[in-house]
Design a protein around this ligand. Structure first.
Ligand SMILES: [Zn+2]
Length: 481
C-alpha cells in the first residue's frame, strides 16, 4: 500500500515538473508581497518589493478600487514613499533599479462595482473571490518570467486561500506567468485535509449557515475523488484545493474548477443541502473529472465539459452510486441537446451551452463506443484517460488536440478520437442517436422517461461494459484506502 502511494507521488511530481516552469529562484526575479487585510472594512494594504528587470503595471481599475499608490527607491538614496501620480517615470525606474510599491485596495467597493463573471471582485455567500489580476501589481509583459511570493495577514477571521501549488493558507508561491490561474478567495474558513492515494486535498469550508456538517462535506469530496481515482488508479494531481461556499438558497450550487498554477474547485453548499443530497450529488464528480483532464483552450472547452458530462454518470454507476438505467435514461433524454441546431457549425465553432456540454458528451460517447468496437472491447476511453494521466495531463497543464490524439492513438491502437474530431470539429454533424441507442440495446419509453435493455442488440456488450467497473492498472489495486 505504501509503495503504491510512493510511486504515485513520484509520478505526479515528475508530471508536474513537465508542465510548470522550474522555480529556480537564483536566476528569476522574485516579486515579494505582503498584504494586510481587515475583515470589517474590507480594505487590503499591499506592500511589494519589486525586483529589477520586469516593468511593473497596476491592474486595470475603472472604479478606483486601488488608491494611495506610493513608490520608493531602494538602496542608499532614500526609501521614503512618494505618491506615484507625481512621478511618471516610476515604472521605468522600478524596472531599472527595483523598487518598493505600496497601495490600498478597497475590496468592498470592488464587490459593488465590478461586473459579475468578468474576473473582478465578487462575493458569493460571504466568500470573496479576489483574483490576483484584479488587485496585484504585475509585470507589464505578461510572459515575463519570475516568481511571486505573497503573505497575507488578515487576523483570525479573514484568510486568503488559493489553489496555488504549495497550498499554505495565507500564502502564495507561484510562477508569475500563472498567477491568475487558481482561485484566490478571502473569507473565514474551517480547514480540513484529505490524504488521498498520495495526493493532498485541502478543503476550505466557509463558515456560515449550512444543512450538513463539515465531515459530511469531506466525505462528499472523498467520494468524488474516489470516482475519478477508480478510473485512473490514482488521483490526477498531487494537490487540490477545494473551496466550499456556505449558505445561500440553493442545495449544491455553482461549481468552477481552475487549473493553471494549481488546481482548485469552488462550490457552494447551501442551507437546504441535506446528507442525502450529497450522496446523490453529481457535481463533485463532474468537477473532479475536470481536474483529471488537461486545459484545452477556449475553442475546445466542449471537450472538457463534454468529458465531465459523459463520464460522470458512468463513474458513479461503476461504483454502485447510480443505476445504469438512470444513466441511459438521462443520455437518451438530454443528449439531443447536443445536436446542431439550424445555423450551428462544428463543435470548435459553435460555443453554445448545448453544443458545449451535450455536444461534447455526444462526442466522447461516440469516441468510446468506436474504440471499443474497433478493438472488440479490448480498449476504451478509460485507456485514453489513463494514458493522458501517465503523460502528465491534468487541469494544471495545457494540451492541444494533436497531442491528445497522439496519446489516444498509442493507448488504443485506433484513430477513433482523431477521426471523429476531424469530422465534428469544423462542420455540424448530427449523428443518428436513435440508431445508436438501438444498436446499444437501449429502448426508451417516452412516457415514463425510463429505459429497458435489449441484450441481443449488436453493441449490447459495449453498453454493459460502460457501466461495469473496469479493471485497474496493477499498481493501483493495492493503493486504495
Ligand atoms: Zn464543468
Amino acid at each position: 500500500m505504501r509503495l503504491a502511494s510512493a510511486i504515485g507521488v513520484l509520478a505526479l511530481a515528475s508530471g508536474a515538473n513537465a508542465q510548470i516552469p522550474a522555480l529556480s529562484s537564483a536566476v528569476e526575479p522574485l516579486v515579494e508581497c505582503r498584504v494586510w487585510g481587515d475583515a470589517a472594512s474590507r480594505v487590503l494594504i499591499v506592500d511589494v518589493a519589486w525586483p529589477s528587470g520586469p516593468r511593473p503595471r497596476f491592474p486595470r481599475d475603472d472604479s478606483s478600487v486601488i488608491s494611495n499608490r506610493m513608490v520608493a527607491r531602494v538602496g542608499a538614496d532614500g526609501t521614503a514613499l512618494r505618491p506615484i501620480e507625481d512621478d511618471n517615470e516610476w515604472a521605468n525606474r522600478c524596472a531599472r533599479e527595483g523598487c518598493r510599491l505600496n497601495y490600498s485596495v478597497d475590496v468592498a467597493k470592488g464587490i459593488t462595482s465590478d461586473r459579475r463573471g468578468e474576473g473582478g471582485f465578487e462575493e458569493k455567500q460571504g466568500i470573496i473571490m479576489a483574483p490576483l489580476m484584479r488587485w496585484l501589481v504585475r509585470p507589464e509583459d505578461r510572459r515575463a518570467r519570475g516568481r511571486l511570493q505573497l503573505d497575507f495577514n488578515g487576523g483570525r477571521n479573514f484568510e486568503l486561500v488559493s489553489g496555488g501549488i504549495d497550498g499554505r493558507v495565507n500564502h502564495i508561491d507561484t510562477d508569475l506567468v500563472v498567477m491568475d490561474g487558481p482561485h484566490v478567495v478571502l473569507g473565514d474558513f474551517t480547514h480540513k485535509n484529505l490524504d488521498f492515494l498520495g495526493a493532498r486535498i485541502d478543503v476550505a469550508i466557509g463558515k456560515g449557515a449550512r444543512g450538513v456538517g463539515d465531515d459530511d462535506i469531506v466525505r462528499w469530496v472523498r467520494e468524488g475523488a474516489q470516482d475519478v481515482a477508480s478510473l485512473l488508479g490514482r488521483f490526477p494531481i498531487s494537490r487540490l484545493q477545494v473551496i466550499v461556499g456556505p449558505g445561500g438558497p440553493y442545495a449544491i450550487g455553482s461549481a468552477v474548477t481552475m487549473g493553471m498554477g494549481g488546481a482548485s474547485i469552488f462550490v457552494v453548499v447551501g442551507e437546504r443541502t441535506g446528507k442525502a443530497d450529497l450522496v446523490r450529488d453529481w457535481v463533485m464528480t463532474h468537477e473532479m473529472l475536470h481536474v483529471a483532464f488537461p486545459s484545452m483552450g477556449v475553442r475546445q472547452r466542449w471537450m472538457e465539459e463534454g468529458l465531465s458530462t459523459y463520464m460522470e454518470p458512468l463513474l458513479r454507476a461503476r461504483r454502485g452510486r447510480y443505476e445504469p438505467q438512470r444513466v441511459w435514461a438521462e443520455f437518451v433524454r438530454a443528449m439531443p441537446q447536443g445536436l446542431p441546431k439550424a445555423g450551428d457549425q462544428g463543435l470548435d465553432r459553435t460555443l453554445t451551452w448545448g453544443r458545449r456540454y451535450w455536444g461534447g458528451a455526444m462526442f466522447w460517447l461516440h469516441v468510446d463506443v468506436e474504440i471499443r468496437r474497433r478493438t472488440e472491447g479490448a480498449r476504451s476511453l478509460d485507456d485514453v484517460l489513463r494514458a493522458v494521466f501517465s503523460a502528465g495531463g491534468n487541469v494544471a497543464s495545457r494540451w492541444d488536440v494533436s497531442r491528445l490524439a497522439l496519446v489516444a492513438e498509442s493507448a488504443t491502437g485506433t484513430t477513433a478520437l482523431e477521426d471523429i474530431y476531424a469530422a465534428w470539429s469544423d462542420h455540424a454533424v448530427a449523428p443518428d442517436l436513435a440508431a445508436l441507442w438501438a444498436s446499444l440495446g437501449v429502448k426508451s419509453d417516452k412516457k415514463s422517461d425510463q429505459v429497458t435493455f435489449d441484450d441481443l442488440a449488436p453493441l449490447a456488450g459495449i453498453r454493459k461494459g460502460l457501466t461495469v467497473r473496469a479493471s485497474l492498472p496493477a499498481v493501483a489495486a493495492s493503493g486504495f484506502n
